[in-house]
Design a protein around this ligand. Sequence first.
Ligand code: ATP
Length: 594
Amino acid sequence: MTEQYDVHADRAGDEGAPKASMRRLWDYARPHARSLVLGGGLALVGGLTDLAQPLVAKMVIDALGEGGSLTRPLMLLGGLIIVGALVAASGAFVLERTAQSVVLSARRSLVGRLLRLRVAEVDRLKPGDLISRVTGDTTLLRTVATSSVVDALSNSLLLVGGIVLMAVMDLVLFGVTFGVLVVVGLVMAAVLPRINRATVAGQAAVGEMGSLLERVFGAFRTVKASGAERAESARVDAAAEEAWRKGVAVAGWGAFAGTLSWLSVNVAFLTVLGVGGARVASGELEVSSLIAFLLMLFYLMGPISILINAATQIQSGLAAIHRIDEIDSLGSEDLDERAEAPAVLAAGGPATVSFTDVAFRYAPDLPFVHHGVTFEASGGLTALVGPSGAGKTTVFSLLERFYDPTGGTVRIDGTDVREWPLAVLRGTIGYVEQDAPVLDGTLRENLLMAAPHAGEDDLAGVVRRARLETLVERLPEGLDSRIGHRGTTISGGERQRVAIARALLRRPRLLLLDEATSQLDAHNENALKQVMLDAASETSVIVVAHRLSTVTSADRIVVMDAGRVRTVGTHEELVAADELYRDLAASQLLAADS
Ligand SMILES: Nc1ncnc2c1ncn2[C@@H]1O[C@H](COP(=O)(O)OP(=O)(O)OP(=O)(O)O)[C@@H](O)[C@H]1O
């Protein structure tokens, strides 16, 4: 499925310049406008004091020439330097703090969006790449949305200020300098898009590395058992190398732009020195004016290189925003927990479920999985049985609204699930997935995940109902023991009962239980059967049963085959009347029990 991924890390680099605009950059910066203005203002004042230094230096030289006192101009120069440094440092701190805040809000909003993505979207994505967007791409925003924008604005002002002063000082020398600046501008216009493209491709390669690592750690034992460490690490290496290549390209273009502008200013310096020297010799220009002009030219090297640097960083920021914004274009869920449930849904007691002519496929380019599924389940224990791939687990996904049907209607308590507020719908259902995942953390955290406010009595109750007492006793710190990454320290059967206890703690009106195919021994199987029957006495339970032995006493058994409901009945009725069920029962040595 991952092949269809269209927010595709590795393709982003081929798409030309990212579409994110300066306006989007401003969207990130706007909430911090006040700190930006403060930080930028301080930085600008710091810069202006620098700008004033050549003028004061001219005063010093003039005073020297006229034999006047040096004390005042020198004190003025020293004061300017100290005040300028202090003001510039405060500005830098305010801007850096704001930059961190921009990253924080970008991360918060991105994480919020990611967790609300529709399951169908996540099916197509590479989680490792998504993680790199939250961790890596947001980091690129750090300086861009603040310092770089401020640098670009303030140094443009300083540059313009410097140019105007130069024009006032001497028009001929100004003409020479201006010509050089035009050349620098043209070079930058050619280089920036290249930096932009290389940055996007570099970030995409970093995302690809994340995806590959996630793939390895998702099946770590299999990778080891297959002796595939070397091959897998070669894949990650290749992505890392691609990131390196693009990073080097960015560095290369950046260095080229920087050097060229530096060279140009030096050429301008020499030309101004030559032309200016000739004009001083002919008496058209004072020596102090030439020195001040040259100082101004050198001073302008600062704003020019900062501008070039800012422009380069802004390209990286735009590339990051492009990747972050791609998440926005994906389908997300409305999980408004304050949404009101229709009156009928507020009812208690076991929920009723009905599927009416439901057709469904996972994606438009995939074949149909359900071809008109119709059945009802109200209270008690309902079992879904049938060959692998018949579409049983898909029934649960449609009830949870992980996906919406392509045709037909899924109803709970007579109301189309699409009309339920999503949070209310999922609050009504307890869902135990087939591989019953547990999250890294303590047993208690795992149980309380779906019902954080449940009390100790409720907790003890579900531990008892899910037959978890022995596990709790065995674990060194009872409920507060860590059960590890993916439940590595507990058995498959225990994991499943932990998942059931978690689901029961939510007091669901409908419990969906996808039975594991192979994890249970006879003891665990019997325990599971008892847990299911207990739960079915107070709520509706639907179980996808791979072992008929666990569901022979179900109130109704729905036999599914190739995306259709073949028949519905009790175990005895089906053994008598349905050939497929009889075969399934016979293959599991159950027919004789009936
Ligand atoms: N997320 C998905 N994207 C695309 N196809 C899927 C997805 N999940 C399941 N399928 C396909 O849908 C079909 C039905 O899958 P489903 O899991 O509902 O069957 P099942 O009856 O529960 O099978 P099993 O008994 O093996 O668990 C299968 O062919 C499967 O490959």
